[in-house]
Design a protein around this ligand. Sequence first.
Ligand SMILES: [Zn+2]
Length: 381
Amino acid sequence: MSSTPAINQNPPDSPNARRYNRIRRWIGIIDFILGLVVLTVLLGTGWSGNLRDLAYQGAFQNYTLAVFLYVLMLLVLGKVLGLGLDYYGFRLERRFQLSNQRLRAWAADEAKGFLVSLVIATILAELLYFIIRQFPEHWWVLAWFGFLVVTILLAQLAPVLLFPIFYKFEPLQNEELKARLIRLGERAGTRVRGVYKWQLSEKSKKANAALTGLGNTRRIILADTLIDNYSAEEIEAVLAHELGHHVHKHILKGIAVQAGVTFVGFWAVNWVLQYASDRWHIFEQLSDFANLPLVVLTFVVLSFILMPAMNAFSRYNEREADRYAFENIATVDPFISSMNKLAQQNMAERTPSRWVEWWFHSHPAIARRVAAAEAWAKANS
Ligand SMILES: [Zn+2]
């Protein structure tokens, strides 16, 4: 489709939905600025060097252990400073009746999330500084390759290793839905290895679905909040959309784009670190892990600059998956009604402002997706 379909303004977004989404955006923006400030202060004041010295002391001068302690201190600092905002985000979901999660369960999730990020950050940092020490000349190309391998591994392991830490999953038992999915898959000449019921209702009232994993962990996950409240035709439309992601290889394409971005990222980090040692005379050695905030800062700034482009890429994929759904379900009506239900249930803005959609949204606005479905039906009737 070349031209953008006109958006139907009916029904307009409620003031409540507008407020909820505005607050959530601000939480994201403040969180981002807070991160920038913390990293900059650590570098500008030289406190990063103090933390490094402390880490060496605690590690009895062992480099590898010191890297771990440094990462630990950095993450604890970030968590403590960001805790107020995280708590506010938790209260927000409850205030707008989008969650009934208790404080205790939320705190347990936060603790688990912290441990998971500690494990991943430790692996990445140890790998990075190991490569820097072993191959000081071409470290950035090798580090990029190492990160790519870790990204692919994580994408593959996430559905079986990471997601189950936070949610329960079980194979979908509904025979009718399974039969519909098999028919959809046969028509596409493809096969998805599994559909799993995702117990989201314990934590949220929102509904969601996704295609996850790589290779033998590739699966569609459907929230129980969706299975319990949507008709078989509506769920089929959602499944067809997810199958569209599978058929168009969106996960693989996403990883390829990510690989390109991190390649530029590591090149930029190398440049910035060289500059820091030549001009500012800090971090004379690349292997001085007190430069980690500078590494992170470079990636944060790069991803901020690329955010609109990455979101545009994602929205393109979403439109492609939607189109796949239109072509493979009997009529677009259940697709449209599932979209409207999702908007209602998740308090999504159906018609966000153009720049908000352009900058922040990984999915096209719901009103736009509905309009595209209507236009498709009109053109193909
Ligand atoms: Zn999608």
